[in-house]
Ligand binder design. Sequence first.
Ligand code: J2J
Length: 537
Amino acid sequence: MDVVSWPAEFVERYRRAGYWRGRPLGDLLRDGAREHPDATALLCGDLLWSYAELDERSDRLAAGLAELGIRAGDRVVVQLPNVPEMLPLLFALFRLGALPVLGLPAYRSSEAVHLCLSTDAVAYVIPDTDPDTGFDYRRLAEEVRAKAPSLRHVLVAGEPGAHTPLHEIDAAPRPWPAPRASDPALLLVSGGTTGLPKLIPRTHDDYFYNLRASAEVCGLDENSVYLAVLPMGHNFPLACPGVLGVLHVGGAVALCPSPSPEVAFAAIERFKATVTAVVPPLAALWSQAVQWNTADISSLDLLQVGGARLSPDTARLIGPALGCELQQVFGMAEGLLSYTRRGDDGETVATTQGLPLCPDDEIRIVDEADRDVPPGAVGSLITRGPYTLRGYYRAPTHNLRAFTPDGFYRTGDLVRLTPEGRLVVEGREKDLVNRGGDKVSADELQNHLRAHPAVLDAAVVPVPDPYLGERTCACLLLREGYDDVPDMAAFLHDRGLAAYKIPDVVRICHSFPLTSVGKVDKRELARSVAPDPGATA
Ligand code: J2J
């Protein structure tokens, strides 16, 4: 079985409470096009699309994709940066009932091949090149295509090279049978702790609730302009409330080609952006950049920060520096979202990750035996709710570990609750490095490191970093005859690993500390390789 559904009693409960309304995501844009066809939906550079225009483009693209043979239920790997084509593509796929599998622009062949193979994708959608680095996605697609036999089409937003140009996929709009709202609408990639990233099925019903409730909590309305800074393939800018949330309330999406303060501030000024979402390192950088950047960012009303721990000290600086309200977001592509609320006092926003989005988010904080910890104590967060998955895609064995028998998702995060019921993230028990919001699965990276001929064994741990919060340290045991691995970065690059997963630090070790059951003691290892906090750099 590919996906795990909610048990009938929960389906009934979530429908009765009005969270699930039985509407497919394609209707979101249809409503907007009917109610305010001339309102601005999308801004990017000099381009402006109204709701009617975006709606029509989505319909024409859906018809064109159908002519290519793409059908309801098919998977399409989408690896686009924040380009205008992304929105009609998403709505076209939603309307056809085909599932976008949302990859990040940073992915390379290792990740892209995995996404195609694990979903039997029929098509792969890419940009032509990365304007900053010159990286050619069309070459990447050739490699992916050679390894993923299910792929029938490579579609390129931009100059197509030997592939199919996305802009030529166009046909007269046709009506389609509406997909069932209880079926998956898209697949998101998990931050992940396993050797290969797991996929997260999100249904039309659950994702619609996710973006609608998020838009409400963030106070978005038709005057809101959401600036997409993080890549839209990520849950946070896509639907928390993100581009889909702002379109649902009749506001506008503005696309930002780069998160650098120069580019992003100019975009805020130009498009009069009112809200955006960033990761903590960017929030810190932006707060400093106001000292030298003279762009008028006074339209910005709300800055959402999430994806990794935001230090209270940085949090306190953000609002005054940027002249906007800060919102902390603790979220995950698997579902659960926790937001500080608009109007919360400054200390609450600086020191907590707020309240769960939904009154029916079930939160338990448990010990190793899944017993509830005493009130206020730190424990492992497990959760169930109307927009939290019940199982990863095609992963029955992994699901046995990732969920409790009664369907709670084990987040792997260590949290506590304040007396007011707000969540505070205190740490993590899952085996990954959170590099300023970019998640690096230790298991995945270790497997790549072990493939190097000099490496006997590898253990990946986080080391503290003042900018990113954490950096990746690869600890290696070498085979006899080797005393160094100077070519490790190049080796991993050649294996097609995304650049953000390449270790920041490599340490050669003689042995790894072990736990009492003989596993590598990662806590001890992390402590031993961390720079001495007393030492000056
Ligand atoms: C500490 N850790 C955090 C926070 C996420 C909104 C915001 C973020 C994500 C995301 C997302 C954190 N403080 N404020 O999908 O919609 C860590 C936790 C969590 C993991 C999820 C969204 N916010 N984290 O980051 O799926 O460890 O989603 O379990 O990429 O990031 O990662 P991801």
